[in-house]
Design a binder for this molecule. Structure first.
Ligand code: NAP
Length: 299
């Protein structure tokens, strides 16, 4: 079996390639980047994988990347992706190439949420649901053998980007109150393992399914600070301050805050699921364990 990971240099794409290589060493991996330097990184990290350059804005490069492939994973980056272009390119390339038995697409859409619930400003962010709702509508009508993994909550790598540096420096959790909500968290390794489990198994039980993967409980920023205090053994104080997001997002700060204005409302209705545990046959990594295992990020 040959699995193609489009965007294998990405946070989730790379972890998925690692998970597949560990779980199913017989699976042949084809990994792509749309940059020469990305392809070089992939060759050095995954010496036994086939590495190609493929750009989802260039349909012909997708057709080449799809030759001889059985299954595909696609994870698109926030803020940058024009789904009206890249998703039709992928659909056409899959249909033209033939032979693909399973396409796995990552999405982040609160259940029963529709595009008309987003303001124009929120849609223009091309972040989260603003991007995934466009892709899903196009993919749903494509007739392709699809599975969605829907993580309508926060991924734990956000801790490292937005929160950890200031916790380490001053034991303060700086996040703007305007972005606060009682959110669930999912570990990026669990998501990668879910992708790997779905892709390495028989496609049949998964085709046509959407798996909502969320956490076991919700945390406001103050509750994340309390959990950090408990695990690290030192008081971490939540402060309403946008410095962490500003520093992590740079010129994308304003768009990020607009995106948060959607998410802080819509994520409150996202149910807690045990889907990852059911798919993986092991407990999910909860926020407490993630902090324990990544203590060096915070202290
Ligand atoms: N942060 C959260 O809490 C959260 C929660 C739920 C869902 N999500 C979703 O997670 C996704 C992001 O996941 P991630 O962080 O793993 O993504 P990422 O690291 O940004 O990776 C995306 C990949 O896309 C590739 N790429 C970029 N432009 C490309 C192009 N023109 N052609 C082909 N490939 C291209 C990049 O590779 P190259 O540059 O090497 O080509 C990169 O490997 C988003 O869809 C977001 O909505 C995030």
């Amino acid at each position: 079996m040959k699995i193609l990971i489009l965007g294998a240099t990405g946070n989730l794409g790379r972890l998925t390639a690692q998970s597949i290589a560990t779980r199913s060493p017989d699976v042949r991996l084809r990994l792509t980047s749309h940059r020469e330097s990305g392809a070089a990184d992939l060759r050095s990290i995954f010496p036994s994988a086939e590495v190609l350059i493929a750009d989802w804005y260039d349909e012909s490069s997708l057709r080449i990347a799809l030759q001889g492939v059985d299954k595909i994973l696609m994870v698109t980056p926030d803020f940058a992706t024009d789904e009206q272009v890249v998703t039709p390119n992928l659909i056409r390339a899959v249909k033209a190439t033939g032979g693909v038995s399973h396409l796995l697409r990552f999405i982040c859409i609160p259940p029963a949420f529709s595009i008309d619930q987003l303001t124009n400003e929120q849609r223009e962010t091309r972040c989260g649901a603003a991007m995934h709702l466009i892709a899903k509508s196009l993919l749903d009508s494509s007739g392709l053998p699809l599975t969605y993994v829907n993580v309508a909550c926060w991924i734990t790598f956000n801790l490292g980007w937005f929160i950890a540096p200031e916790v380490k420096a001053s034991r303060r959790l700086l996040m703007p109150a305007a972005a606060d909500a009682a959110r669930q968290w999912v570990d990026e390794h669990d998501i990668a393992d879910v992708f790997a489990a779905i892709l390495c198994g028989d496609a049949k039980p998964h085709v046509g399914r959407e798996y909502l993967v969320t956490g076991d409980r919700r945390y406001t920023f103050a509750q994340v600070a309390a959990l950090l205090s408990e695990v690290l053994g030192e008081k971490v104080t939540y402060v309403d301050d946008d410095a962490g997001v500003r520093s992590a997002m740079g010129e994308l700060f304003d768009k990020t805050m607009i995106y948060f204005s959607h998410e802080t409302q819509a994520f409150s209705a996202v149910p807690s699921t045990r889907t990852a545990e059911e798919l993986l046959g092991r407990p999910q990594i909860d926020l407490k364990r993630y902090i324990q295992e990544h203590r060096e990020l915070f202290i």
